[in-house]
Design a protein around this ligand. Structure first.
Ligand SMILES: Cc1cc2nc3c(=O)[nH]c(=O)nc-3n(C[C@H](O)[C@H](O)[C@H](O)COP(=O)(O)O)c2cc1C
Ligand SMILES: C=C(O[C@@H]1CC(C(=O)O)=C[C@@H](OP(=O)(O)O)[C@H]1O)C(=O)O
Length: 391
């Protein structure tokens, strides 16, 4: 399975084409729209989210709500495009007269300067339109479809927020939840998408203050995936390890700077006796573990435990109190360009991270099992699960 997205932030539309979804998968447009809505929510986002109401159209690849096995095209309209026509699509006369306002003062931390150098763009809008995280809309749409595939074999995936601007949710409260559905209900209702009400309030206060100061915040998200069979991905090569693929796809989210599995960076402080997941066996379950320090991976393969991925997002680079920069035309020092911007987007990014994990898990599943028919894929998974249970 592979996919590609296209579209500029203020262009007319966003598109994704997915190839390799087996035939016969029932696809719910409502579920995709729910996830698109989840991505748009979150305390600290800027005014763009008040303009957009992301709704997917499926243009190709399904009939009677079921996949055909052919490429699937997803499409979302940028409602804000209506306000950007003169900047995004100026007339030939406007272009010739050089009357369209150009972006020439790159923002430190965004893709503006290096993107301009690399593609020989002098108007940095040509860079920021595509480097904008508006593109993550389509990744969430693709991820949502992948979640529908994963749910066919009982896999559930959920992303939520653990930290914003140094305020941490109390991880011990995670054990209050009876499974991911329970946790989803609470985090979907939380303005910061966290599970700790007290931390949520503190995060919101900090976001308000930071916004008043013209500054921005980053944070930490976590994604949990339950129900993945053991043995997806492989230890045989660096590029076959599924944890490595997950890490790449998480760091591929705009503004993500680090990723860890299970106990992650805490491994540096503990001896091996506290870091591994001991192996047990009984007739009912076959092999099983009582702990999950390793976040569901051994040798780059799923080990049957929940997959637990945490990742850090840097603060939003566009500041209303801008940092120093240099005009790429005049070479004079200036304050960087100020584009309309979020104060923090960690809540939205948790939904994007959930999508990226879902995409990688769906790919791994389709690397191992049948890709023509969803029913055959399910039959093969059932046979495989039975086989490994009796190993
Ligand atoms: C959901 C989401 C929303 C974002 N919103 C903004 C924003 O409003 N302003 C901004 O400057 N950066 C925003 N970013 C981050 C930039 O897109 C990102 O920093 C930029 O593309 C440069 O890439 P890099 O940070 O990965 O190096 C957002 C990121 C995500 C995931
Ligand atoms: C549009 C989205 O996020 C955008 C991501 C973004 C950036 O630089 O990454 C900058 C802002 O764009 P705008 O200037 O149009 O408000 C965000 O709103 C979205 O998440 O759908």
């Amino acid at each position: 399975m592979r996919y590609v997205t296209a579209g500029e932030s203020h262009g007319p539309e966003l598109t994704a084409i997915i190839e390799g979804i087996p035939a016969g998968l029932e696809i719910s447009v409502e579920k995709i729209n729910d996830d698109l809505k989840r991505r748009q929510q979150g305390y600290g986002r800027g005014n763009r989210m008040k303009i957009e109401t992301d709704q997917v159209k499926i243009l190709n690849g399904i009939r009677h709500q079921k996949s055909l096995g052919s490429p699937i095209t997803l499409n979302v309209t940028n409602r804000d495009h209506a306000h950007w026509g003169d900047i995004m699509s100026p007339t030939a006369e406007e272009t010739a007269a050089n009357s369209v306002r150009q972006v020439t003062r790159p923002r430190p931390g965004h893709a503006d300067l290096v993107g301009g150098m690399k593609y020989r763009h002098t108007d940095l809008r040509n860079v920021l339109e595509r480097s904008s995280a508006r593109e993550t809309t389509m990744r969430v749409a693709v991820g949502s479809l992948c979640k529908q595939l994963l749910s066919q074999i009982g896999v559930e995936v959920l992303g939520f927020v653990k930290e914003i601007g140094g305020i941490q949710a109390d991880s011990s409260k995670l054990s209050n939840f009876n499974g991911l559905a329970d946790l989803k209900k609470v985090t979907d209702e939380s303005p910061t998408r966290t599970f700790d009400e007290q931390a949520d309030q503190q995060m919101r206060h900090l976001i308000d203050k930071t916004k008043r100061d013209g500054d921005t915040l980053g944070g930490v998200v976590e994604v949990i995936a339950t129900g993945m069979p053991a043995g997806l991905g492989s230890y045989v090569g660096a590029d076959t390890k599924l944890d490595a693929k997950l890490a790449a796809s998480i760091v591929g989210i705009n503004a993500f700077k680090g990723v860890e599995f299970g106990d992650g960076f805490k491994f540096a402080h503990h001896p091996g006796s506290e870091g591994m997941d001991e192996i047990f066996w009984d007739e009912d379950q076959g092999f099983f573990r009582k702990t999950n320090h390793l976040g569901g991976f051994e040798g780059g393969m799923t080990n049957g435990q929940p997959i637990v991925v945490k990742a850090v997002m840097k603060p939003i680079p566009t500041l209303y109190k801008p940092l120093m920069s240099v005009d790429v035309k005049t070479k004079e020092s200036y304050k960087a360009n100020v584009e309309r911007s979020d104060t923090t987007a960690v809540t939205a990014a948790a939904v994007v991270a959930e999508a990226m994990v879902s995409i990688e898990l769906a790919k791994a599943l389709l690397d191992k099992f049948d890709t023509d028919s969803i029913d055959r894929m399910k039959e093969q998974v059932t046979t495989y699960l039975d086989e490994i249970k009796h190993y």
